[in-house]
Design a protein around this ligand. Structure first.
Ligand code: WQD
Length: 337
């Protein structure tokens, strides 16, 4: 069995996916530029799995650095996480997002072609469903975006579709994540954002820890059961296992295929806060403030295609997601060093 290259493999989802791949017996090579993660994640995944992963600190803009990886290792498939992913930041810095996410992916695909690597599992996002589609989202719905980050996902999916038309041997499996939260149950890996978190659960975790004063809830006047935003939260380890299933699918099939990785259930902001309070045994101070620009009321998956074709479905509920998140937060109050 050849090796798999995990780009962005020290990041939140990438590191959990490496655990799943190592546990499944795949030889893993990781590349990451460490712009939003710590190399400590590699040691943690080795503690969890008792398996070694090879790490290269490089970037998808560094063609020679990527060539070196393919020279040193027979890479059979690439699991491509590396990219900038903050929606708000992408509006402020579109060039950085197009350069890093689009140009970086094109360079990666160029090196893959040079070394005859024809299988990619791509980290896409539910954000490609835009704000016009009805829920639950289905993979054949039209894609669009409302911000540069979302457009990079839409465009990279299109690039992969076109490559699969030009090269019938290529296999591209795009995984559209809904809202990944939680942490490995050991507490050794988890969400470790730099600075003030943009996303709900890492922000709530910091409030529970006492490092942030209170949670600001962005609007409670949406057309939802309790007025707060509804999302499809999925455990990061369930998501990780979805990548193993996706790679197995990609190794048996050619062509382009997109899959929703979600639970198929929606939870409101208040549902999450209450689950987190149960997990941490504390009351989370909160304040209702105005809506956040660009937010939609409701987003959740129709998860049936992944169940039928990947034989994958999410197993963990919100209580376990919050309990695992809190365990990691307590054990790593300053994140990974
Ligand atoms: C969830 C809910 C907020 C923070 C984003 C990206 C998406 C994906 C996941 C990359 C919403 C509310 C949040 C806070 C709040 N990332 N909220 N107070 O916006 O659904 O998705 O992250 O692929 O592309 O768009 O996630 O966690 O930011 O928000 O009230 O301090 O929590 O309004 O309803 P989102 P989120």
């Amino acid at each position: 069995m050849g090796k798999i290259l995990v780009t962005g493999g020290t990041g939140f989802i990438g590191s959990h996916a490496c655990v799943a791949f190592l546990n499944a017996g795949y030889p893993v090579v990781i590349m990451d530029n460490l712009s939003n993660s710590k190399v400590e994640a590699v040691a943690r995944m080795e503690l969890i799995t008792s398996k070694q992963a090879r790490f290269y600190q490089t970037d998808t803009q560094d063609v020679d650095g990527m060539r070196q990886i393919f020279e040193d290792n027979k890479i059979d498939a690439v699991i491509h996480f590396a990219g900038l992913k903050a929606v708000g930041e992408s509006v402020q810095k579109p060039l950085a997002y197009y350069e890093n996410n689009i140009s970086g992916t094109l360079k990666l695909l160029q090196v893959m072609e040079e070394y005859h690597c024809e299988t990619m599992v791509f980290s896409s996002s539910a954000t490609v469903y835009g704000c016009e589609n009805p829920v639950p989202y289905l993979e054949d719905m039209p894609t669009s975006a409302t911000n540069p980050y979302g457009y990079t996902k839409v465009m990279i999916e299109q690039i992969l579709r076109d490559i699969c038309v030009a090269n019938p041997s290529f296999s591209a499996v795009c995984l559209r994540y809904f809202n990944p939260i939680g942490a490995h149950e050991s507490g050794l890996l988890g969400e470790n954002p730099n600075g003030i978190p943009n996303n709900l659960v890492p922000y709530v975790a910091q409030v529970a820890l006492g490092k942030l004063e209170k949670l600001r809830i962005f609007g409670n006047d949406y057309d939802t059961p309790d007025g707060t935003g509804v999302r499809d939260y999925v455990h990061v380890m369930d998501l990780a296992l979805g990548h193993v299933a996706a790679l197995e699918y990609g190794q048996k099939h050619t062509g382009f295929e997109a899959f929703n990785l979600g639970t198929g259930n929606g939870s409101s902001v208040l549902d999450v806060v209450h689950a987190y309070e149960k997990a941490c045994g504390k009351s989370i101070p909160m304040e209702i403030v105005e809506r956040r620009a660009g937010d939609i009321a409701i987003s959740y998956a129709d998860a049936s295609k992944a169940k039928e074709m990947l034989h994958w479905e999410a197993a963990s509920d919100l209580d376990k997601m919050c309990a695992d998140s809190w365990r990691f937060t307590l054990q790593n109050p300053k994140g990974l060093s």
